[in-house]
Design a binder for this molecule. Structure first.
Ligand code: PLP
Length: 220
């Protein structure tokens, strides 16, 4: 069993190789270690190995474990990558440095209100339902221009797009589409790629990859 530092080095090497193949710099890609379901004891070795960006998919879980970890390591950057209920917008704005799952009008309005009240804005990504799948989070591709316009009107600064491609098919066209949509709307950031496909995502323009299993092992 490799230790956390070795797994981290392996993923970083994969990102660097993919970036080099695409003529990009590895420093253009931010690795987010997805620590959902893992406790503080599993997370600390990665912090000790130098990892600072972490991703969680539930506000409640993150609120339970990160304040203690952050007391020791103040430069941790926390990303919310899971779906967000509007009634948790205030808590999410207080806790997270980046929110990747802005995907509907009611949430845009709740986040705008929460940011105004808190006097700060996390980095926002709009999540796109890139395969237009039923029951999947994310804004339908066709609704993206209107939702981006609404966010702008509400004073929410959207910096990029996030997507989870359909399972069991090649993610390549979906990553390419997300990159194309971000370019079309003048957005600099692209959050795409997980343990099984982050190298492909990097070759297709990912600025943020969200990697859990390859760093922590399989979740229960
Ligand atoms: C869990 C999760 C990941 C990480 O998935 P792995 O396959 O374990 O790397 C990435 N993105 C989102 C939105 C997730 O929920």
């Amino acid at each position: 069993m490799e230790d956390a530092a070795q797994r981290l080095a392996g993923v970083e090497a994969g990102i660097a190789a993919a970036a080099a193949r695409a003529g990009r710099k590895a420093a253009e890609v931010q690795l987010i270690a997805v620590s959902k379901t893992h406790d503080a004891d599993a997370i600390r070795p990665l912090i000790a190995a130098g990892q600072r960006h972490f991703g969680e998919n539930r506000v409640q879980e993150a609120a339970g474990k990160w304040p203690v970890l952050r007391a020791d390591t103040t430069d941790v950057v926390l990303h919310l990558i899971g779906q967000l209920q509007s009634n948790k917008a205030e808590e999410a704005v207080a806790l997270f440095d980046a929110i990747h799952s802005v995907d509907r009008s009611s949430l845009v309005q709740a986040l705008a209100k929460a940011c105004a009240k808190a006097g700060k804005q996390p980095i926002f990504f709009m999540q796109v339902n890139i395969g237009d799948e039923e029951q999947k989070g994310g804004c339908p591709v066709a609704d993206l221009p209107a939702l981006l316009a609404e966010a702008k009107d509400a004073g929410l600064a959207i910096a990029g797009l996030m997507a989870i491609p359909p399972a069991d098919v090649s993610p390549t066209p979906y990553f390419a589409l997300l990159d194309e949509l971000a370019t079309r709307h003048g957005l600099p950031l692209r959050s795409m790629g997980m343990s099984g496909d982050y190298e492909t995502a990097v070759m297709l323009g990912a600025t943020h990859v969200r990697v859990g299993t390859a760093l922590f092992g399989v979740r229960d």
